[in-house]
Design a protein around this ligand. Structure first.
Ligand code: ADP
Ligand code: ADP
Length: 228
């Protein structure tokens, strides 16, 4: 589903953010991506969502070699990817409904289909009763769940999250992780970048560890107790 082959990324100015990264995340897999600040986590996610391009090597999504696709094909590949951000990036002036509907509006869906899909997505994150609220009326955890609903509203096979629990307390963070597990349990591939090692230790998933742009470790974190 996501494959990196000897990928390096050098930013203009010469900073090498990633060096010779290779890994494969299969369809339906859930994994963490960790490492210190500056290790290259965001860069790696940006290469998957085609916000950045590799300097060397290849990134494949769903069999498509991203270095071979032209600008006009980018939106089609991006459709397969739901992105979740630390600060959720909701539009303040828009209702919950409209925030979640946005990706479908951009894709030109009809209103009836939009309503159906938005309601399904809000139901999944437990916010069906708040569709008319505005972001400032919601708690931090609820705002993050709206961001997740928006990311899954067009049912992409891949979910990417960049520090999704960065602003949340441990209890809410675990709730968000359970939500990712729910999507993973119905076949969605999930890759979560986080430096929250405590959170990772409480779950039992493959963990890719970046150190100064290199893949330092790729394996299962096991705290010996399994899940909580
Ligand atoms: P992380 O997400 O693990 O904190 P990043 O991928 O954001 O790491 O950054 C990796 C390295 O690349 C850092 O040293 C950062 O300063 C550098 N970097 C990130 N984005 C850019 C950019 N647009 N231009 C130049 N350097 C960048
Ligand atoms: P009513 O206001 O009587 O519920 P609407 O046609 O306004 O009828 O809404 C129909 C459904 O669409 C409701 O579930 C409503 O909550 C939902 N909805 C909310 N906001 C919007 C929006 N901006 N665009 C479309 N539908 C919306």
């Amino acid at each position: 589903m996501i494959r990196f082959e000897q990928v390096s990324k050098t930013y203009p100015g010469g900073h090498q953010a990633l060096q010779k990264i290779s890994f494969h995340i299969e369809a339906g897999e859930m994994a963490f991506l960790t490492g210190h600040s500056g290790a290259g986590k965001s860069t790696l996610l940006k290469l998957i969502s085609i916000m950045e391009r590799p300097s060397v090597g290849h990134v494949f999504i769903n069999g498509h070699d991203l270095s071979a696709i032209g600008p006009r094909k980018v939106p089609y590949v991006r459709r397969d990817i739901g992105m979740i951000f630390q600060n959720h990036r909701l539009l303040k002036e828009n209702s919950v409904f409209d925030n979640v509907a946005l990706p479908l509006v951009i894709e030109g869906y009809g209103l009836k289909e939009i309503r159906k899909r938005v309601h399904t997505a809000l139901d999944k994150v437990g916010l069906l009763d708040k569709e008319r609220y505005y972001p400032h009326m919601l708690s931090g955890g609820e705002q993050q769940r709206v961001g997740i609903a928006r990311a899954v509203v067009n049912t992409p096979p891949i979910l990417l999250a960049d520090e999704p629990t960065g602003n949340l307390d441990p209890k809410l963070s675990l709730d968000i992780m359970r939500l990712f597990e729910d999507f993973n349990s119905v076949g969605t591939s999930v890759l979560i970048a986080t430096h929250d090692l405590g959170l990772i230790a409480r779950m039992k998933y493959r963990t890719l560890t970046l150190k100064k742009g290199r893949m330092a470790e790729d394996g299962l974190t096991d705290n010996g107790h399994g899940e909580l």
